[in-house]
Design a protein around this ligand. Sequence first.
Ligand code: HEC
Length: 102
Amino acid sequence: MWRTLLLLVIMPVAFAETDNLMPQRKQVLQELLKNDCGACHGLTLKGGLGPPLLPEALAGKSDTMLVDKILHGRTGTAMPAWEKIINVQEAHWLVQYLKKSR
Ligand code: HEC
């Protein structure tokens, strides 16, 4: 009885939570955005060699496509693959973070 109740409480939280990265890791990703991604996408992500990554620019684009570009890069462009240092969950978090106005 209690176990069922506990599951009912925990399950939705576990599934709704795409945002379950450690705070320290989020900070690392935010630094990475500024220092590494910023080198091409602009320090304020307004664009440079790479396209802008601001919420307005990403609004209509699918999360799957954006996550895929972060992880695997884009052949024939300067966009490198980041899968060695960013995992799928982190790439999803980055896309949500970029799409949210700050
Ligand atoms: C060496 C330059 C360079 C670096 C560093 C770089 N990018 Fe890019 N990025 C690009 C270019 C160029 C494109 C455009 C690729 C294309 O034509 O689809 C791009 C495309 C993207 C896109 C797709 C945007 C869209 O509107 O389709 C995302 C998302 C993205 N980059 C995120 C990142 C993130 C996150 C990082 C850091 C972890 C990063 N990029 C680092 C050059 C770079």
